[in-house]
Design a protein around this ligand. Structure first.
Ligand SMILES: [Zn+2]
Length: 228
């Protein structure tokens, strides 16, 4: 695990191909995702800030919630509650809705609906820095997992089209995987890739993933792993 300090109040935590983010306001801090389960991320972030730390999740895929058990309260997209593997019944789950604002003290994170990759995928827009933390749906040179029962290409493209209308809000996009930072033209590029897949215009290879064979579509911006 590697911590990259962007400035006094913003840190990127790289964890074997997946990222978490620590954003610190004047009142409290937000940890966005907890990576794989291999490190004590809580001690790590408490070593950076003494402020109260809220745990926010972009979604509930395993590589984003690995250390969630270290926290008593989890903020997560309302449509992700159904897929959240709750190990500790005492852990409090707080649903987030599109447009919710999380006030960290002179720093506000706005919840952005990015459903489709999973039913409750969300992003967090850091209004001060004009950075969108996008989770998995917007990447560049990445692998976007779209196979399995809960994922929807139709929902995904609807989210991308909605987001593209406000692309000028974002100076940078910080995805959970692959390139970082990327610019907001990647919203449109991902949209075009998904349209190509839906129209049958995107080349693919069959690939084995965790015992399932999937179609690995080679888009112009990412590889999209979809059901056969
Ligand atoms: Zn992921």
């Amino acid at each position: 695990m590697e911590i990259i300090r962007k400035n006094d109040s913003t840190y990127i935590i790289e964890d074997n191909g997946v990222r978490a983010f620590l954003l610190i306001g004047t009142g409290r801090a937000a940890l966005i995702d907890t990576g794989m389960s291999i490190t004590d991320i809580r001690s790590m972030v408490e070593g950076i800030t003494g402020k109260e730390i809220l745990l926010l999740n972009t979604h509930a895929d395993r590589d984003h919630i690995g250390c969630n058990r270290q926290f008593t309260k989890v903020y997560i997209g309302v449509h992700e509650l159904q897929s959240y593997p709750q190990e500790d019944p005492k852990q409090e789950l707080v649903p987030l809705f599109e447009g919710d604002c999380i006030d960290l003290g002179e720093r506000t994170l706005e919840v952005v609906d990015l459903s489709g990759h999973t039913p409750g995928s969300i992003g967090f827009y850091d209004r001060n820095s004009r950075v969108l933390i996008s989770g998995d749906p917007i990447q560049k040179n990445g692998n976007v997992y779209m196979f399995g029962p809960k994922r929807s290409l139709i929902g995904y493209i609807a989210s991308l089209e909605r987001l593209n209308k406000r692309k000028d809000d974002f100076d940078e996009i910080w995805p959970s995987h692959a390139d970082l930072p990327i610019d907001s033209s990647n919203i449109q590029k991902c949209t075009e890739d998904i349209k190509d897949i839906l129209k049958g215009n995107c080349p693919f290879a069959i690939k084995e993933m965790h015992g399932t064979s999937v179609r690995a579509y080679q888009g112009k911006t990412n590889i999209y792993l979809c059901d056969k």
